[in-house]
Write a protein that binds this ligand. Sequence first.
Ligand code: ADP
Length: 489
Amino acid sequence: MTLLTPHKDVSAFLASPQGLRIGDARIETSALLDVIDPSFDTLATQVALGGADDIDHAVAAARAALEGPWGSITTHDRGQLLWRLADAIEENKQIFGELDAIDNGKPMHVARDVDAVYSARHFRYFAGWPSKIEGRTIPVSSPGKMNFTKVEPVGVCGLITPWNYPTLMMAWKLAPALAAGNTIVLKPAEQTPLSALYLADLALKVGFPPGVINVVPGFGRDAGAALAAHPGVDKVGFTGSTETGRRIIEGSVGNLKKISLELGGKAANILFDDADLDKAIEGSFWALFGNNGQSCTAGARLFVHRSIKEQVADRLAEMAKALSVGPGMDTTAHDLGPVISRPQMEKVLNYIQAGRARGAEVIAGGAQQGDSGYFVAPTVIQSVTDDMTIAREEIFGPVLCLLDFEDEDEVIARANDTDFGLAAGGWTRDVSRVMRLSDQLKAGTLWINTWGDTDAASPFGGMKQSGYGREMGEEAIALYSQTKSVWLG
Ligand code: ADP
């Protein structure tokens, strides 16, 4: 193992506690938030810890920006700022890569070349939108009257993001919210606040008026809950667990703020016996192990046709054993990092244990790996049945569960037998079956003969208890806008 020497800007960033970003100020707090490097279980740095008062202050700054310079900016200039921010993210992708590698643990090259680059692309896609958010003229049946609509920003948006893709999840929410003309108070996950603070600085540098993007790191129960409940916040965009999603709704009732929720998942991925097996096995493997299983769209329940289950299981186990794991900043090429935290590691190991106790068979991994950091050996478990906890609850770690099936109707019913509905999919060469799957699988995104693709232009979000609202594409603009109907007589 050889660790990368951090970029000088990253070293400087980590050298002293970073303040909250409110307006154009960096605000120090007496309490600090420990930022742990999950690759080593050590303190990477500390940042300011925001609470309810800081949220208040940030909401006031966001309101002032909305009623001030940002509210009157031309659509051209709004789009151009988004484009400039995209460029700045791309130019500084090394820094974003290192910051995410340090507090999240994912391999730096992935954080840099995938997360940061796709975040920049996200801003670029939405940079084109401000000038295309149009109302309509409506042919009402009232003689002599005219009716038209104006599409306006919702207002001050509280964005609450998770730790699994710190930069990318922030981009998914910020870009459409800004394109639609809103101002922002962002609360990043307490485990991964670094890239959000850095992005706030870049936004000021490229010319965003102060107060348009405010960043307040803090705990969910304090800063997060205060943001969700704040009477001055018009909308909350949230990505996280289903349980927290419920709390956000409860918190929102005071001022009936608008809410969009991207919550948990337990995606079914169905491997039929007529699939292109090499492609299906490779795809199904990464459907789970991508981002170390820490994705709400992870293909966590892999249903394999009974006639091919042994060979598929053998190959998946071999592939899992061949994966290399290492610290985020390890320069030796490696596939996966640690999981995010000690509690998360323990939770994942407990799930594996629960599966074993019910008779499921671990055929790769199954334990902690190494003795420093939160590494879980890539795990494959076979003979999983629908009623086991590991088949029903979101594990959010490198644990692939194999179930088997006999026929199509049966497996579709079982795939849908979950409270979640974020993603689902399968592998088959039969075109009629593809059509049936796309009709019958109940999830916001289906991947058929592929897995994990997303695009800034394509709507993304959940059915059932995986949430509501669609991020990305024109749906995301609608999510952060509201329509006003104007009558003229
Ligand atoms: P996880 O359990 O995987 O950490 P969470 O849903 O708890 O997922 O976290 C996602 C985001 O929600 C984080 O930014 C977290 O701080 C925030 N959060 C947690 N609890 C609350 C809450 N009660 N109100 C608002 N935000 C919260």
